[in-house]
Design a binder for this molecule. Structure first.
Ligand code: SF4
Ligand code: SF4
Length: 372
């Protein structure tokens, strides 16, 4: 049997010859474009690839990237970060959350700061670690502050499933799972960012399937190509978008066929549906209130809903970003990190003023790493 290494799997997607061939094909086809192609990559992972491999600089002048709101950390409004901080400060609560969330600044603190001051905040490697924390601390309430797009939502549903099956009663949920298609619609409806094509997210689409972008092609005449994360994936997706434009088409295509299907992961979709439902509205940083753009616990689980249980102490009014921070405009696609006056000086990944500098998927963070 052949022993494949991880490197064998990704090498062909970073092959310089293939990249060059794709570049030449894009140049040839792009000459036929009647108007410039302005592509929004929704996913922060794609922003990272575009910056890391210099893909922006490989393309002809009539193709530009506009970075979208594709990082769940970046789009979380300050008041919800304050929810997490408020909960963490309560006596008897352990606040558990994934990844970069603990470094994101709220209105005047962060989970990392309150943790240093004595609050019990547990950064998680895996959502299911919450089960262990709850079992080890039966006299405490463990609040899972759940964030993420459709990618991580199945893990929250799986946690609930396991907790209920195992009879664990001291886990509570603060749900901040957001949905990708509604902000895509909101961005096109606002007309502020002049976008005429989308690169669709990868992991999200593994769960949802590419079908969720159909409305963009049909109602907005805007092509979508769901792309993988490697440079060859992104370039091939650009070529597919250019060809659609040249042929006057708008359809949803899947470049990332090795993982994404039209219908997505039905098992995961059913699990989510068992525990979560769509909220009427959710406030996005920069984009404001977007109807039906996030999930919440279903009513029958409201006794485990931390947002309901602690509603009297959780702030609800919108809180403005730091006055120098233009994260909101970046997420709307109308500014670039380089337009920010404090980029790389007062705001860096070790001392972030705004959320877009915190996570690897944030546009400011990607520019800081690869384009200073
Ligand atoms: S979770 Fe994955 S697909 Fe979704 S925005 Fe982040 S990197 Fe992109
Ligand atoms: S560089 Fe910092 S302050 Fe400027 S927009 Fe980005 S996150 Fe905000």
């Amino acid at each position: 049997m052949m022993n494949l290494t991880l490197k064998d799997l990704y090498t062909k997607f970073r092959d310089p010859k293939t990249i060059n061939t794709l570049k030449e094909l894009i140049y040839k086809e792009a000459k036929k474009l009647k108007e410039p192609l302005r592509v929004m990559e929704i996913c922060g992972g794609h922003t990272h690839t575009i910056m890391k491999y210099g893909i922006k600089d490989l393309l002809p002048e009539n193709i530009t990237f506009i970075h979208g709101p594709g990082c769940p950390v970046c789009i979380m409004p300050k008041e919800r970060i304050d929810h997490a901080i408020t909960l963490a400060k309560q006596e008897g609560i352990i606040l558990a959350t994934l990844g970069d969330m603990i470094r994101v600044p709220g209105s005047n603190s962060s989970l990392a700061k309150v943790r240093a001051e004595g609050a019990d905040v547990r950064p998680l490697h895996s959502t299911l670690d919450v089960l262990k924390i709850a079992k080890e601390n039966p006299n405490k309430k463990v609040v899972f502050f759940a964030i993420g797009f459709e990618t991580t939502t199945p893990m929250t549903a799986a946690l609930m499933d396991r907790a209920f099956k195992e009879g664990i009663k001291n886990i509570y949920y603060h749900i901040n799972h957001v949905l990708v298609p509604p902000p895509m619609r909101a961005i096109l409806d606002s007309g502020e960012a002049k976008i005429n094509a989308f690169i669709g997210p990868s992991h999200v689409s593994v769960i949802t399937g590419a079908k969720v972008y159909k409305f963009l092609a049909e109602e907005y005449n805007t092509p979508v190509v769901v792309a993988g994360f490697e440079p060859v994936d992104v370039l091939e997706s650009i070529l597919m978008l250019v060809r659609q434009k040249v042929n006057n088409e708008s359809k949803v295509e899947i470049q990332y066929k090795r993982s994404v299907t039209w219908d997505g992961n039905i098992v995961a979709q059913k699990l989510i549906d068992k525990y979560l439902e769509v909220r009427n509205s959710f406030r996005w940083r920069g984009l404001g209130d977007i109807p039906k753009s996030a999930l919440k616990l279903k009513k029958k689980f409201s006794e485990y809903d931390a947002e309901i249980l602690y509603k009297d102490i959780l702030p609800n009014e919108p809180i403005d970003d730091h006055k120098m921070c233009i994260c909101g405009d970046i997420l709307k696609g109308i500014a670039s990190p380089l337009d920010c006056k404090v980029f790389g000086t007062a705001c860096t990944p070790t001392n972030p003023l705004g959320s877009c500098m915190v996570s690897d998927e944030g546009a400011c963070n990607a520019y800081y790493r690869y384009k200073r």
